[in-house]
Design a protein around this ligand. Structure first.
Ligand SMILES: Cc1cc2nc3c(=O)[nH]c(=O)nc-3n(C[C@H](O)[C@H](O)[C@H](O)COP(=O)(O)OP(=O)(O)OC[C@H]3O[C@@H](n4cnc5c(N)ncnc54)[C@H](O)[C@@H]3O)c2cc1C
Length: 244
């Protein structure tokens, strides 16, 4: 790696998730649901304490009346490795994405290296893996192999750019451990579906076995959503973390 690039290289074991915009409250579920029986009077829900109607939220969740959970919006800024984004962008319904471009900007040398708490060793069968602690030697091997590989690939990238090669061509050598950034906008219903698949939680009626790194993103999103819509979040947990 060139001296300049070597100085710039950053190795991260975490992800960034920031809630940048939101219009999401428990009462948004209630007026959307109550129009069914109250027509325009459903707007009165805007002024009322949603706590008194948490039974309705629980009923909607339990019986999977999902559409009232769509009348809200949350926009997250996410910075995470490209391999996380590959999994993330499989979620098509109720999600909007915009991601930084490897064609229009020079990609920065920020790379993922698992932290000490990341379980390294996989056991079990596909679809139901368990992960157990790695030894200190395995962690040392992972760290040195990744950092070395990242440095060499970024060096090759810079070499091609210096030779006048287009960014969109040179980026082919960069690994999926490179960090990217995006805005992701969703509603409570699409977020619940994402959380049901991308978190592992003992309250889940249908267990999922997500990769830890996308789960790190999902956990941070869930924490912010729970602050905005605590009654909806509680109902989601109470009914097996199944999206309505
Ligand atoms: C643990 C785990 C392992 C995985 N492994 C693999 C793998 O090995 N290979 C792989 O390719 N993917 C894999 N995936 C990705 C998975 O197949 C889904 O693409 C991803 O979880 C998004 O789920 P989704 O389609 O339900 O979500 P969304 O795209 O957000 O869709 C939400 C819901 O909308 C409905 N819907 C959306 N689009 C359609 C459609 N075209 N037709 C009918 N209904 C639709 C469905 O009800 C769907 O559940 C894995 C996911 C997980 C969680």
């Amino acid at each position: 790696m060139t001296d300049e690039a070597a100085q710039q290289a950053r190795f991260r074991d975490d992800v960034t998730v920031e809630l940048v915009r939101h219009a999401a409250r428990d009462s948004d579920v209630l007026w959307a649901a109550r129009v069914s029986t109250a027509g325009e009077q459903s707007l009165e829900e805007l002024e009322k304490d949603p706590e008194r109607s948490k039974g309705l939220i629980n009923f909607l969740m339990r019986d999977r009346h999902g559409t009232p959970f769509e009348h809200n919006s949350m926009t997250f800024f996410v910075s995470a490795p490209i391999f996380v984004f590959r999994e993330f962008h499989r979620h098509r319904s109720g999600w909007s994405y915009n991601e930084e471009s490897g064609r229009y900007r020079e990609l920065q040398p920020v790379f993922y290296v698992p932290g000490e708490e990341r379980r390294l060793v996989q056991q079990g069968r596909p679809g139901k893996y368990e992960f157990v602690e790695g030894t200190p030697e395995q962690h040392a091997t992972v760290t040195s192999a990744m950092e070395d590989s990242y440095r060499r690939s970024y060096d090759a990238y810079r070499e091609m750019l210096a030779a006048g090669v287009a960014r969109e061509v040179a980026r082919a050598v960069l690994p999926v451990g490179l960090f990217s950034s995006m805005y992701a906008t969703c509603n409570a219903r699409s977020l619940m579906h994402f959380l049901s698949l991308r978190t592992k939680d003992e309250r889940a009626a249908i267990p999922s076995f997500p990769q830890r790194e996308i789960e790190m993103v999902a956990e941070r999103m869930e924490a912010r959503w729970a602050e905005l819509m605590p009654l909806t979040h509680a109902a989601f947990n109470a009914h097996g973390r199944v999206a309505p």
